[in-house]
Design a protein. Structure first.
Length: 550
């Protein structure tokens, strides 16, 4: 008998417990409940009582036994995604089949339209009849936005209605899952990624021409039909440009941090326009090419800080074989300032078409002067000191050859400062990736939810690329190379430990996986990695100080 059932019935020997044992056995046999559910995971009363029908013990009995066993339960409104839902949610004319997923505001069911015998995605507002004016307004916004869009790459709307105070939308059912699904290979071949993004960009042309900004484009909101056709969904945060339909006040932050444009991350809602969607498309392209979004930290607020303050690592630093033109297209979309991105979605789609056709793209990579100016904005104190140094060296004597040579020395110093800064930023991303993987490992061990392992999958892809980049940047520094050898060895050991916990968790349960963490010296290894990286960062900062010491 599964672990949670044994634990649940441990202290129940009476006839009621026998009824419950029979009921749970029937549930597990009929609906393939997870056999190794952690004893601390919530169990869905609604699913159990609905599936068993008339033969089910009363819900109060199940609740009492759960409480005796010290197990949490889920109320009806928190059914586990993907599990059987039964008839607890009733909408006239539809048969509810299962819950597909939940977002910040809505829950989506797979349902059948009875009269047309057609599968649909039925989206309902989470709060139902208790929804406030803002939630209802945002729900209506999605319905209005979706209804105005007729495009083969945008999920179509079939019906908008309300039942017993619960607004709902019947949408086209797309059966292939989403772009962030486990079956999608990441990184994606560059031509395939460019083709997919061109398709999405052309869909957004249609939306923008009708005055609609999505504001939450991300892989999870790109569904894939059975033939692989991508379709954009979830216009729940859509902003209608021809009216006051944003439903947000200045200072509100809505969206998903890793794909959010800087103006959106700053809460400047009245500045959000089509350029925000272009940024999100660039973030999606970045993830398709590299296996991770341009910014992702351990917490949402830390991610927002990165979006606002850091420049993305160029994809070719992670994948040197990547096309320079495609990298240029991606980074143009990810410009911090909206006016520096593509002028519209059509310009982006056209550049992607030119890339796929082997023609020169219109976007141009950032030049050395622009790169220097941006570096100065991120490091104003060091930049001002360097500016003073160069001004002092050039001070009105540019015609004198020796002064010219001194200026060249200053320029060389500036290049070395930029080089040191890049080493620091790459070191920070290396340790950040390992920290995120470690945090995800803890989440997996606590919940047995494999969604927590996404940062590990990303770290697995990026770790070697970052170590390789650091080796190139420090190729003339023997001490740095030696430290990188240790960091590489310890980092790989940590990633291997996480993989071992995953394998054991899948085959033997979370308890077995946890034993690996308790017996390994992962914490000591990570502390050593942090120490080595901190030492290397300190040395690079000392180089910067020595070069800018007037």
């Amino acid at each position: 008998m599964p672990h949670f059932v044994t634990h649940l019935l441990r202290n129940r020997r009476d006839e009621e417990a026998k009824d419950l044992r029979r009921a749970t056995d029937q549930l597990l046999g009929s609906h393939k409940w997870d056999a190794e559910t952690d004893s601390q995971s919530p169990l869905d009363l609604a699913a159990m009582t609905t599936v068993l029908g008339a033969e089910s013990p009363p819900e109060s009995l199940i609740q009492a036994v759960f409480q005796d066993a010290g197990l949490p339960t889920l109320p009806v409104t928190q059914a586990v995604p993907g599990k059987f839902v039964g008839d607890r949610v009733a909408v006239p004319g539809y048969e509810i089949l299962e819950e597909l997923g939940r977002g910040a505001m809505g829950v989506v069911y797979r349902a059948r339209h009875l009269r047309l015998n057609r599968l649909v995605a039925l989206k309902m507002i989470l709060a139902g009849e208790h929804a406030g004016p803002e939630e209802r307004a945002r729900f209506r916004s999605e319905a209005e936005a979706a209804a105005r869009l007729q495009h083969p790459n945008i999920v179509q709307i079939h019906e908008v209605d309300e039942h017993n105070g619960r607004p709902y939308i019947a949408l086209e059912f797309v059966e292939g899952g989403s772009l962030d699904g486990k079956d999608i290979p990441m990184p994606m071949p560059e031509r395939q990624a460019a083709q997919l993004l061109e398709t999405l960009a052309r869909a957004m042309i249609a939306a923008h021409q009708r005055g609609i900004v999505h504001r939450d484009l991300k892989p999870a909101n790109v569904l894939l039909a059975s033939d692989g056709t991508p379709k954009i969904t979830d216009f729940g945060l859509a902003k209608l440009l021809d009216g006051e339909s944003g439903h947000t006040q200045t200072g509100s932050i809505l969206g998903t941090p890793s794909y959010m444009a800087p103006e959106q991350a700053a809460g400047k809602t009245h500045e959000i326009g089509p350029a925000a969607d272009l940024y999100a498309l660039g973030a999606i392209l970045y993830e398709l090419l590299t296996g991770r979004p341009p910014f992702r930290a351990a917490t949402p607020m830390a991610t927002l800080h990165q979006v606002l303050t850091l420049m993305p690592v160029p994809p070719r630093h992670l994948l040197p074989e990547l096309s320079r033109d495609l990298e240029t297209i991606c980074l143009k979309c990810l410009e911090k300032e909206p006016h520096k991105r593509y002028s519209n979605a059509e310009a982006l789609a056209e550049d992607l078409r030119r890339f796929l056709a082997g023609q020169p793209v219109r976007a141009r990579p950032v030049g050395e002067a622009e790169r220097l100016w941006r570096w100065g904005r991120r490091n104003p104190m060091v930049a001002s000191l360097l500016a003073m140094l160069i001004a002092d060296l050039t001070g009105g004597l540019t015609a004198v050859s020796w002064q010219w040579r001194r200026t060249e020395v200053a320029r060389h110093s500036l290049t070395r400062v930029i080089h040191a800064q890049e080493v620091i930023e790459t070191l920070e991303m290396t340790i950040s990736g390992l920290k995120d993987a470690e945090t995800g490992q803890r989440g997996y061990l606590l919940t047995a939810d494999e969604r927590y392992l996404e940062p590990y999958q990303t770290a697995l892809v990026q770790f070697d690329h970052r170590i390789g980049r650091l080796r190139t940047l420090t190729e003339n520094d023997t001490d740095a190379q030696r430290r990188l050898d240790v960091v590489k060895s310890l980092g790989e050991a940590k990633l291997q430990e996480i993989q071992t916990t995953i394998d054991l968790g899948r085959e033997h349960g979370i308890e077995a996986a946890l034993s690996v963490v308790l017996t390994h010296k992962g914490k000591e290894s990570m502390d050593q990695v942090r120490g080595l990286i901190a030492q290397m960062e300190q040395e690079e900062r000392e180089k910067i100080r020595s070069l800018t010491d007037l």
